[in-house]
Design a protein around this ligand. Structure first.
Ligand code: BMA
Length: 340
């Protein structure tokens, strides 16, 4: 009997593997056959990483960041029977505007995929006279309609909540600059219609914990639970050899999600396997999606590894929520509503 509850559909066929050894830190364990997407996955694409997947029509669907052989990232659609082995389309997703005209971003990376009511949304980072957030919707994964850019530049790491809160769509994002930003907090914005965004709130800052001392950014779409919104996010630290990206966890108030109830002071996952430590950008674990089953409380976490691969890790709601609560340190900037 689960201690905590997920408020989301059952996904009976979600991928799963029991842990193979004792935990030395957080109760989250990697899939033994990682990485699940390797190098040169499709013609013209050198690496796939930082990608998002979800259940769809009894199987699974995903949006994948494909780094083309010319170095430009784009988004590719993929389908899977088991959410582990992926068939990724060779053509980029063809976005159109609301009048049906082609409307392709110049580049597109770090896509997230979220269903709100009966529509699927892709949220990503793209050029809008500088790095900014792109947004598109689809109902059938055939026609992809790009909406107006929600925010002005510079911004990254946006992800929608999977339902409206207080009648509005809610999006997390990380205002930044145009480069490898040495700062960054997570903010939250609301919209009644996905066109006009406001009621901006500060969610969380980087912290004095070394693993997230440079910047943080939203990761997977928050999971609705009896304890609040469970958020897997990324935290960045700086070393003499560059940035290190780890995965952190927090639980947000269900009705006022800019209020952080619990925030784990330790990372949940940090680069330690070869596919996380070695690659195009070494030492990166970058969470982008979960598949989770409310019947069992199982969670499969999908993350980009070393800007080269897709990794998969598992946990359960009870284990991860207990761990976050037991190791929670919240500061003023977490617990306040986030408006000044
Ligand atoms: C960030 C983003 C991510 C990337 C990370 C590490 O700024 O560009 O896509 O995974 O850097 O290179």
């Amino acid at each position: 009997m689960s201690k905590y509850k997920m408020i989301s559909p059952e996904v009976k066929n979600m991928p799963w593997q029991e842990p193979q050894k004792e935990f030395s830190g957080a109760p989250i364990w990697r899939y033994s056959e990682n990485p699940i997407v390797g190098r040169n996955p499709i013609p013209g694409v050198a690496r796939i990483f930082n990608s998002a997947v979800m259940p769809y029509e009894g199987k699974f669907i995903g949006v994948f960041r494909g780094e083309q052989t010319n170095g430009i990232p784009y988004i590719y659609l993929g389908r899977s029977e088991d959410a582990i082995h992926w068939n990724i389309e060779h053509e980029k997703i063809a976005f159109e505007d609301e009048n049906g005209k082609p409307f392709m971003p110049r580049y597109a990376y770090d896509p997230r995929l979220v269903k709100v009511e009966d529509t699927y949304y892709i949220i990503w980072c793209q050029d809008f006279y500088g790095a900014s957030i792109g947004l598109a919707k689809t109902k059938d994964f055939k026609k992809f309609v790009r909406l107006e850019n929600p925010f002005i530049p510079y911004n990254r790491n946006a992800v929608l909540f999977p339902r409206k809160i207080g009648g509005n769509y809610v999006m997390l994002s990380r205002p930044s600059d145009s480069g490898h930003t040495p700062f960054g907090d997570i903010f939250l914005s609301e919209s009644p219609d996905l066109v006009y965004w406001g009621r901006h709130r500060h969610l969380m800052s980087n912290s004095s914990e070394w693993w997230e001392s440079v910047k943080i950014g939203g990761g997977a779409a928050p999971i609705e639970t009896s304890e609040g919104w469970l958020l897997f996010y990324h935290g960045v630290s700086s070393t003499c050899n560059g940035f290190v990206y780890s995965i952190g966890g927090a639980i947000l108030d269900i009705d006022h999600p800019s209020v952080v109830k619990y925030r784990c002071e330790t990372f949940l996952l940090t680069p330690e396997e070869w596919y996380e430590e070695k690659g195009f950008v070494p030492n990166v674990c970058f969470p982008c999606a979960t598949i989770h089953d409310s019947a069992t409380g199982r969670i499969a976490l999908y993350y980009g590894a070393a800007d080269s691969y897709v990794g998969l890790a598992f946990t359960t709601l009870d284990q991860i929520v207990d761990y976050i609560k037991e190791h929670s340190v919240v500061r003023d900037t977490d617990t306040e509503i986030g408006i000044r």
